[in-house]
Design a protein around this ligand. Structure first.
Ligand code: PLP
Length: 408
């Protein structure tokens, strides 16, 4: 019989979203006709912007024309898009070579795949709570050890709590690799220039690699604090950090699929340029590139017109987040995030644990959140609410929540 990867067997099913779906289904059955509002998953709701739609139509026409048809593209992405992305970095004073940009169909797959380049026994650290992809992809590769009530024995968790402002600090002993996500999913908080600078200094002195996930950088509010949009705004970061970005949240591409990883040739971890070359080798072997049509759409999102239009959409979500923060604060709840991110990290009230509060929101307000405990041990006692609903649903959810909490 075929022997399968034993590390998968240790992982079990993805419990969190299956359990949420199960509970929501039970609620719908018991309350037919009640409209459930989802503030649980991080998917966008607003349609693509006009300049992106125009680019898609034009690219479709290209594909039907003998002169402009495109077959297999370059695995690393078309130069037109890599150059457009490099210009976006340049607009923030960051010099990135288009050769260091690798276009893909998602930051999730890039983040999950990149660990293939590490030796099986490297030490991995994550912040806690955490976007599960970092942990699970390393567990699938055998770096998880065993599951305990405090998480995986083989993964180092750096607690992010209200006490440390949800900003992890470098541990005494450096891991080989740390995953940092800023603005953060799920806590909605963002690392400021000083703390990101500390991480870069620490990585430079210890040889640690930083896997920097900035999928939500478009939500950074430049009028509130000094929050870098890219880790490469910190001098010397190109020698220690890989950055992952996506058009999913910045331009509503969750269904279209386009993202990129910046893997600088200057990176020192593993030997100068080695990770850059290995990622190129990996992608050219296992990936045949993001579709031409989608890359043309992404290029349009990077144009001045596209940037203006997508910023207006991001503002819709930002306004939702502001309304949610205001409402929840007025109800006396303790709320973090929601300023530089579409996520609000809400302290569960009245001693409820994460699942109790999830059930309370569902039963009393027909609103679906995500229990904080699903993101790691330090998430217990919190709920994550997302600001990606339509403005009308967001207003309705806040009205229901206000009634529910006042009546309880
Ligand atoms: N990184 C974080 C922190 C995310 O929350 C998500 C998606 O929700 C992603 C990456 C994945 O983005 P993509 O849609 O590009 O795969």
């Amino acid at each position: 019989m075929l022997r399968t990867n034993p590390h998968y067997a240790r992982m079990g099913k993805s419990y969190l979203f299956a359990e949420i779906a199960h509970r929501v289904e039970a609620f719908r059955k018991a309350h037919p006709g009640t409209g459930v509002i989802s503030m649980g998953i991080g998917d966008v709701t607003q349609p693509l912007v006009p300049s992106v739609i125009r680019a898609l139509h034009a690219a479709v026409d290209d594909m039907g024309s003998p002169d402009a048809f495109h077959g297999y593209g370059p695995e690393q992405g078309y130069a037109f898009l890599r150059e457009a992305v490099a210009l976006e970095y340049a607009a923030r004073g960051v010099s990135i070579s288009p050769d260091d940009i690798f276009i893909s169909d998602g930051a999730k797959c890039d983040l999950g795949n990149f660990q293939e380049l590490f030796a099986p026994d490297v030490s991995i650290a994550v912040t806690d709570p955490v976007y599960p992809v970092y942990v699970d992809s390393n567990c699938m590769a055998g770096r998880g050890g065993t599951w305990t009530e405090h998480g995986w024995s083989g993964i180092r968790y750096l607690p992010c709590t209200a006490e440390n402002g949800f900003a992890p600090v470098p541990p005494e002993k450096a891991p080989d690799v740390i995953y940092l996500c800023s603005p953060n999913n799920p806590t909605g908080t963002a690392l400021d220039r000083a703390s990101l600078g500390e991480w870069v200094r620490y990585a430079r002195s210890s040889g640690m690699l930083i896997m920097f996930d900035s999928a939500y950088e478009c939500f950074i509010d430049d009028t509130e604090g000094d929050i870098p949009h890219s880790i490469y705004e910190i001098p010397g970061a190109d020698e220690v950090a890989v950055e992952f970005r996506s058009f999913s949240k910045s331009a509503g591409f969750t269904g279209l699929r386009c993202a990129y990883a910046v893997v600088p040739a200057n990176l020192k971890a593993g030997g100068k340029g080695r990770l850059h070359d290995m990622w190129a080798r990996r992608q050219t072997t296992k990936y045949n590139g993001c579709p031409y049509i989608v890359q043309k759409a992404a290029e349009a999102a990077c144009s001045p017109e596209g940037r203006g239009e997508t910023a207006a959409v991001v503002n819709i979500y930002r306004n939702n987040a502001a309304l949610m923060r205001g409402t929840l604060n007025a109800l006396g709840l303790t709320v973090y995030g929601g300023i530089h991110a579409p996520y609000l990290w809400v302290r569960t009230p009245r001693g409820m644990d994460s699942w109790d509060f999830f059930q309370f929101l569902l039963d009393r307000a027909a609103v679906v959140g995500t229990p904080g405990s699903g993101f790691g041990p330090s998430g217990e006692g919190y709920a994550r609410l997302t600001a990606f609903s339509s403005p009308a649903d967001t207003r309705e959810a806040m009205t229901r929540l206000t009634d529910a909490l006042k009546q309880a």
